[in-house]
Design a protein around this ligand. Structure first.
Ligand code: CA
Ligand code: CA
Length: 231
């Protein structure tokens, strides 16, 4: 066999090996919805991504976090009351091995609230309390409105988590008075995540509007509305 032939055979073998490797399943977590929960709470999450067949187990990056398989791509996640606030890596484990990670947020001192659609108009927003973490999804060309009551002088933070939770929404926040006048707007505070620090000028109802700058929709976000000190 000539040296050239040996070299070509070797090259073919290498190409075939690389091709075989490229065809191997590669589990990837593209979606975790909701992307977080409050310490001391449990809620169902759904996952999605390629090559997640046979996935009945999640690996969570804190001993106080647990996951129970519910059905295909649905799990019940629990966070013990003493899990510190922060973000933790979450992996799916299935037939093709362990996936790439996604971020799970754990909060302390906030109540989890699930978004309820339709919430698209100032006449019919979703009514929420203060000190909540709302698990919502962007609406494409539409918007999400949440109404709450404040006392004069009450200081609140409205903080929308998207990029920090590795989701693809590019949120914009508009804070409106009860009659729909825009009071404050923000689109980028923590990278592409917006935040509003607001002191109520009077007793009454206020409404925060969340929309996706890219009009894509379907991407989860977590909206914190609280009057805790911001650290
Ligand atoms: Ca929505
Ligand atoms: Ca909506």
């Amino acid at each position: 066999m000539t040296p050239l032939r040996c070299w070509l055979i070797g090259l073919c073998g290498l190409l075939c090996l690389n091709s075989a490797r490229a065809d191997l399943p590669s589990p990837r977590l593209d979606l975790l919805n909701p992307a977080g929960l409050s310490a001391g709470n449990s809620l169902e999450v759904t996952i999605n991504g390629p090559d997640l067949e046979g996935c009945e187990r999640l690996y969570l990056g804190h001993p106080g976090l647990a996951a129970e398989f519910v059905k295909d791509k649905t799990f019940k996640i629990s966070a013990a009351a003493d899990v510190p606030a922060g973000t933790y890596d979450l992996y799916a484990v299935g037939r093709f091995g362990i996936s790439s990670p996604r971020v799970l947020q754990v909060t302390q001192g906030l109540t989890d609230v699930a978004e309820v659609e339709p919430n698209n108009t100032l006449a019919a927003p979703q009514v929420v309390a203060i000190n909540v973490a709302i698990n919502g999804s962007g609406d494409g060309n539409n918007r999400d409105l949440y109404r709450f009551t404040l006392k004069q002088g009450q200081r609140i933070t409205i903080d929308c988590f998207s990029a920090r939770l590795e989701t693809e929404m590019d949120p914009v926040l508009n804070l409106l008075s009860a009659d729909g006048q825009q009071l404050v707007s923000n689109s980028d505070y923590f990278g592409r995540d917006p935040m509003i620090d607001f002191i109520a000028p009077g007793d009454g109802e206020y409404c925060v509007e969340v929309r996706d700058l890219t009009y894509r929709g379907g991407h989860p976000y977590r909206l914190h509305i609280h009057d805790h000190p911001r650290v």
